[in-house]
Ligand binder design. Sequence first.
Ligand SMILES: C[S@@+](CC[C@H](N)C(=O)[O-])C[C@H]1O[C@@H](n2cnc3c(N)ncnc32)[C@H](O)[C@@H]1O
Length: 394
Amino acid sequence: MAKLNHVTEHSYGDSNTENMLIRGDNHLVLDILKDKLLGKIKCIYIDPPYNNQEKYTHYHDDTNHDIWLQNISKTLLKLKQLLSEDGSLWISIDDNEVHYLKVAADKVFGRKNFITTVIWQQRTSRENRKVFSNNHEYILVYARNPKAFKLSRNLLPATPEILARYKNPDNDPRGPWQSVSANVQAGHAVSNQFYELIAPNGKIHRLPNGRCWAYNKQRMNQEIAKNNIWFGKDGNGVPRIKKFLSQATLGVTPETLWLCNEVGSNKMAKKHLLSLFPEEPVFDTPKPEQLIQRILEISTNEGDIVLDAFLGSGTTSAVAQKLNRQYIGIEVGKHIVDLAVSRMVKVIQGEPGGISKEANWTGGGGYKFYQLEADLLYSKNAISDSPLSLRECN
Ligand SMILES: C[S@@+](CC[C@H](N)C(=O)[O-])C[C@H]1O[C@@H](n2cnc3c(N)ncnc32)[C@H](O)[C@@H]1O
């Protein structure tokens, strides 16, 4: 049985840390970690090779489709058992394999455990050489138990745009408010929700087809008396219910469309890496820290364990460290040392880029580096020595 060797020379910071960076094939590493991590991981994020037939500087992404699918299914099976009851798994992928991956992941998790597909706008510039300029990728989200995940997942902080929706056009002493329609779908309505509503200045409001009032007539009159219904400045407008900022849960349900002005783009991520390593060949496919921040803020709290089995340049470990989550990162390529380890040293020293400002990150923490003993499988320097291609030969 293969084992993990602690390499002190590549470890850094707090020596009591449980954070792990591991060089090795994720299948082998996950087999070793299985007993230790069973049911403990709150969030797994993976950004596997997309099988887009590209040969990148640090790894090759050109496996045969069937083998790619078999391998990723096997990875998902190994990962699923590590999730905590309220844990979730997030998979980045693009147009090329998303539909096949969805079916394969459904088989592993069960369709009822599929939560959603997030669309991430990964670029804003137009790609004119192609028939369509493909500007987005996908993130498939699964939960071990959707009910438990729904109860534990966090709302996102209210953005300035959301706060700006609260105004106070009638100088209400209770402070700013926004309004929602006073009529709702009539599907489950009872008969006393259908009536003509007379506005304070006399206009009669009739219900549109298929709608009923949110309250029965008696309750509606009480709400009008309490100044909780807004009829526009002239007191004759279509009635709307006032919702006060002071009573709002100041968080928003995450939506499924994530634009790069909120969560960053691939280009911004590369620029960040270039600022960290001006001398190194650039890593082609990094994710922006803001994107991973959003995933971790929805799915985890401080101290929870986060796992990334395709660590690449170390974005997940960097964000987890900055947000005080515990992390485990697995990467097969030697760039785990040149990029991820070097990046983590800078993060622990207080690197100011990425999400550092927003997260008030000034440094601290640490990680231990491990090397899979079975690494005799790959030669020291080759980039194409990924076990994915080895598995393909076997
Ligand atoms: C798309 S990149 C991940 C990028 C990462 N999210 C980032 O922000 O830098 C995919 C990574 O998975 C690694 N990889 C491929 N097969 C692997 C395997 N079997 N075990 C571990 N890592 C693997 C590749 O070497 C590559 O670095």
